[in-house]
Design a protein around this ligand. Structure first.
Ligand SMILES: C[S@@+](CC[C@H](N)C(=O)[O-])C[C@H]1O[C@@H](n2cnc3c(N)ncnc32)[C@H](O)[C@@H]1O
Length: 239
């Protein structure tokens, strides 16, 4: 459950424009430079590189990546989120960024087109095997994928405990439904699907830890709750 915070001024967005979209307000509370630092940390940079932001949402990763790559394509299945990304890009006018409506399970891009794919806080909401297959298809051999903010069982257990503690029925029900519907992904499932698809896992760790250890970035989420992954992330290579 996203915490409502203040939108950072670096996004040039009117304060209350998206107040009905708490997830967006939450991700926009971090400055643009924060996402740029994270992109540098995972090494998704280059003069001639193409990057796909898969399930881009408000486009924060796309905008940040557009300062470090030649070409950015971004796709999302929800019109409302995509319109936020368009609104933000109206301010930034990043000419190397193309935003598109569409699904991860059927990506409208040619085979082996991208050097990098970012899929942040989204893989677990898709048909996991099919979307991974598509992200693999559009990556060049040796290309890399960053699957960020994967929610483990710990995340929903934490919400459940918080809901019980606060007497918040909505939070309790949300957590119970997510656990029942298996919205979370175990480390075992991620490793299995990535291996089966032909990816080599370079690193699997808690939020904001994969990539160059010399570049320090503040994690958004804590690592574990009651011994289960809360949020984790994976950096992998197409072999
Ligand atoms: C929690 S948001 C994350 C957005 C963005 N990556 C970020 O970090 O802010 C999840 C996004 O996944 C998108 N999404 C969910 N299922 C999808 C699918 N099958 N294909 C494309 N986008 C999808 C939603 O529309 C939403 O924008």
């Amino acid at each position: 459950m996203a915490e409502i915070r203040r939108i950072d001024p670096s996004w040039k967005i009117k304060k209350d424009l998206f107040k009905d979209l708490p997830h967006i307000t939450s991700v926009l509370s971090w400055p643009r430079k924060y996402y740029q630092k994270r992109i540098t940390k995972i090494g998704f940079v280059g003069k001639d590189t193409c990057l796909l932001d898969a399930a881009c949402g408000s486009g924060i990763w796309s905008i940040a990546a557009s300062y470090h790559n030649k070409e950015i394509r971004a796709i999302d299945a929800t019109k409302k989120y995509l319109s936020v990304a368009k609104e933000i890009n109206l301010k930034y006018q990043r000419k190397n960024l193309q935003l598109k409506l569409g699904k991860l399970e059927n990506l409208p891009y040619p085979d082996e087109y991208f050097n990098y794919v970012i899929c942040y806080n989204a893989w677990m909401y898709t048909y996991r095997q099919k979307s991974l297959q598509e992200m693999y298809r559009v990556l060049k051999p040796g290309g890399k994928i960053y699957l960020g903010s994967i929610a483990g069982l710990g995340y929903y257990l934490m919400l459940l405990f918080q809901g019980v503690k606060e007497g918040n029925r909505v939070l309790v029900l949300t957590a119970l439904r997510a656990i029942r519907d298996r919205v979370y992904m175990t480390e075992k499932e991620s490793r299995y699907l990535l291996g089966k698809q032909g990816f080599k896992i370079l690193s699997l760790d808690s939020d904001a830890l994969v990539g160059d250890s010399k570049i320090k970035v503040k994690p958004v989420f804590s690592a574990k709750f009651l011994g289960f992954w809360n949020i984790y992330e994976v950096l992998a290579e197409k072999i």
